[in-house]
Design a protein around this ligand. Structure first.
Ligand code: GDP
Length: 691
């Protein structure tokens, strides 16, 4: 690898796909062909460049994005490998944000899968140039043409094969290069047979049709029936890829390393460099104006942080892409999001899990900095004079929740220090303290995500933790108004205690929480004891009698009582009020309230019926349905109690396509079945605590 590359010589690509299509193997193959590694690692052997974390090796899936830069014919191809598993889509979005071209990998044995569609749709949404690799061409009983046809049918005719597989004696042995009309194998180049020529001519015409879309002049020529020369066609391929009028398709076998070198050549020659990409829209941090910044190494510095890692030896590593200017060691670095000057760390190139020293990173390239103080994923870095905010990507919803417990006291102390690091490493993780349930709750994209993070906490930070189902913050209330007496009297020996009150406790409408009033006239209780009575009530409200949950939506009126001139005290009235309140809970028909959530569910049309059926089994109420192209948005309300595994459920009902947003709506009386199980659980918990 050379020490420095010019912007025009950089290609940033990001592999994205359904899990298992072959992204990691492709990355490995690229690294091997470019001599970055001497031997190709294998996913099942757990020795690949991009899957190096133990959690990745154990599951044989990528969980993080990994940057592997390679030198190919004096160009630098920054390859970004990403996870295919849906819980880790945050990593994929980050990788695609900084890549100039997405390479969507399709497994020829499975054809288009949910992940393929998700990635293709996302690339369309963010207008990211794309190529499609049809991988595993070495496998038996495959049908390239069928998969290719379904790709064109699903994603349009701009998906055009620039190469055809060469199958000899039923073995995939090389590629037919349509643009150059020749056969390329490991052994060298050959001319096409007459039959192959015919097929190639048809596909050549398809390429012309897609490519001329990118160039008005060429389009005019084409429409007027003039012949587009091969040179002219080649000259507009990059432009056509950059503006998405052409999505090149290429068949390969990463495992057998067939077609990969030709693909790498194609990337080098035709994929857009950062210079061919439209300028980035950024915001002037001081004025709020939007301006365009192109990938000019001599322009003002603007860099986007797309990943933060914690390495047990090196500490914090920040990966960024320079969108404009050149980042060198002597620059005064400014964090635009934190509005703070950042301490310049050691500058390097990330190479999978390692870093290689660098003296400067130019526009369009990817670099790493160690030990930054305030910088997090998604932040913009610039110089101190000109500050630019670069837009970041929307992250997926983190709706899966678990309660996070340290296994013992020592780990509890350690956990506190570790939590900020975990959130920094993975912005789709949120860890919050829920004061109502007295639990620390960890939110993630799905159950696998949470389990992986839990494993990482144990391994990387040596903190032993457990994940449990999170407690739901139920409430208790009464249904009937009652009048109750509370008397606390201890007048034998020493200083006596005397507090006595009559309370009227009545239900309030849902959501009104608490009202306290004094209707003491004529001094049956001196004024200075009234606050103590309110305090006593409050204390009793912390723990309801049904299952120990806080009491809400009650009005308390103190209307009578008595006192003793010597023995009465604030504490005595507090105790009396508390006793009265507990009695009221017993007499006032206590009920359990459960939180009900507003749920907005996005699903492709064909799954709508199944999602609604499932909602009905979960005590859901559909409030309305809106159409959004061929998606449906279901607005519903569902008790939180039914939502604990909903990320997993919605995934299995909709072939992992559906997603949802959650927001608290209101509290509602829980049905007897829920009350029974909550009460039993509370009883068990209490017995456990009491030993
Ligand atoms: P990823 O999840 O997209 O990164 O896919 P991997 O690279 O982890 O590959 C998934 C599985 O498919 C692994 O067992 C690979 O060895 C295997 N695989 C990947 N590429 C090929 C290929 O070209 N041919 C065959 N036969 N197997 C492959």
């Amino acid at each position: 690898m050379k020490l420095a590359y010019e912007t025009k010589d950089i290609r940033n690509i990001c592999f994205a796909s359904h899990g298992g299509a072959g992204k990691t193997t492709l990355t490995e193959c690229f690294a091997f062909n470019s001599k970055l590694i001497e031997r190709m690692g294998k996913v099942p052997d757990g020795n690949t460049l991009s899957d190096f974390e133990p959690e990745e090796i154990k599951r044989q899936i990528s969980l993080n994005l990994t940057v592997v830069p390679i030198d190919w014919k004096n160009l630098k191809i920054n390859t970004i490998d990403t996870p295919g598993y849906f819980d880790f889509v945050g990593e994929v979005r980050a990788g695609l944000r900084v890549a100039d071209t997405a390479v969507v990998v399709v497994d020829v044995t499975s054809g288009i899968q949910t992940g393929t569609e998700k990635m293709m749709n996302y690339c369309e949404e963010i207008e990211k140039p794309c190529a499609i690799v049809i991988n595993k061409m070495d496998r038996d009983n495959i049908d390239f043409q069928e998969v290719y046809a379904s790709i064109r049918q699903t994603f349009g005719n701009k998906c055009t094969s620039l190469f055809l597989p060469l199958i000899e004696n039923r073995v995939f042995s090389g590629l037919i290069d349509i643009l150059n009309k020749k056969i390329v194998t490991e052994q060298g180049e050959k001319d096409l047979s007459t039959e192959q020529s015919k097929e190639v001519d048809t596909l050549y015409a398809e390429i012309v049709e897609a490519a001329v879309e990118a160039d008005d002049e060429m389009m005019e020529k084409y429409l007027s029936g003039e012949v587009i020369s091969n040179e002219e066609l080649k000259s507009c391929i990059t432009k056509a890829i950059a503006c998405r009028s052409l999505i090149p398709v290429i068949p390969v076998s990463a495992f057998a390393n067939i077609g990969i070198k030709l693909f790498m050549d194609f990337i080098a020659q035709y994929f857009p460099s950062p210079l061919s990409m439209p300028p980035a829209e950024v915001m002037l941090a001081d004025k709020g104006d939007k301006i365009q910044l192109s990938a000019d190494p001599k322009g003002p510095l603007a860099a986007l942080v797309f990943k933060t890692l914690t390495d047990p030896y090196v500490g914090k590593i920040t990966l960024f892409k320079v969108m404009s200017g050149t980042l060198s060691n002597d620059i005064k670095l400014y964090n635009v999001d934190e509005e703070k000057e950042e301490k310049m760390g050691q500058l390097s190139y990330p190479v999978a899990k390692k870093q290689e020293n660098a003296s400067a990173i130019c526009a369009g390239d990817i670099g790493a900095l160690t030990k930054l103080m305030v910088t997090k994923t998604g932040h913009s870095l610039s110089g101190v004079d000109q500050k630019y905010k670069i837009p970041w990507v929307p992250l997926p919803n983190s709706n899966a929740a678990m309660a996070l417990y340290a296994s013992n006291k020592a780990d509890e102390d350690k956990l506190g220090a570790v939590i900020p690091k975990i959130q920094e490493d993975d912005p789709t993780i949120k860890i919050v303290r829920d004061e109502e349930t007295k639990q620390t709750v960890i939110y993630g994209v799905g159950e696998t995500h949470l389990n992986v993070v839990a494993e990482k906490i144990k391994r990387k930070f040596s903190v032993s933790i457990d994940l449990k189902s999170p407690r739901i913050s139920y409430k208790e209330t009464i249904r009937k108004a009652v009048k109750v007496e509370g008397k606390h009297k201890k007048q034998s020996g020493g200083h006596g205690q005397f507090g006595h009150c009559w309370l009227e406790i009545s239900p309030l409408p849902r959501g009104e929480k608490f009202l306290f009033e004094s209707k003491i006239f004529g001094g049956s209780i001196p004024k200075n004891y009234i606050p103590a009575i309110e305090k006593g009530v409050h204390e009793a409200m912390n723990e309801g009698i049904l299952a120990g949950y806080p009491v809400e939506d009650v009005k308390v009126v103190v209307y009578d009582g008595s006192y003793h001139p010597v023995d009465s005290s604030e504490i005595a009235f507090k105790i009396a009020a508390s006793m009265a309140f507990k009695k009221a809970m017993q007499e006032g028909e206590t009920v359990l309230l459960e939180p009900v959530m507003n749920v907005t569910i996005h699903v492709p049309e064909q799954y709508m019926g199944s999602v609604i059926d499932d909602l009905n089994t979960k005590r859901g109420r559909v409030l309305g349905v809106e159409a959004d192209r061929n998606w449906q948005i279901i607005n519903a309300q569902m008790p939180l109690n039914e939502l604990t595994r909903y990320t997993t459920d919605i995934g299995s009902i909709t072939a992992a396509k559906g997603y949802f947003e959650l927001a608290f709506s209101h509290y509602e009386e829980a049905p007897p079945k829920v009350v029974k199980s909550v009460v039993e659980e509370a009883k068990l918990e209490k017995e456990k605590q009491e030993g």
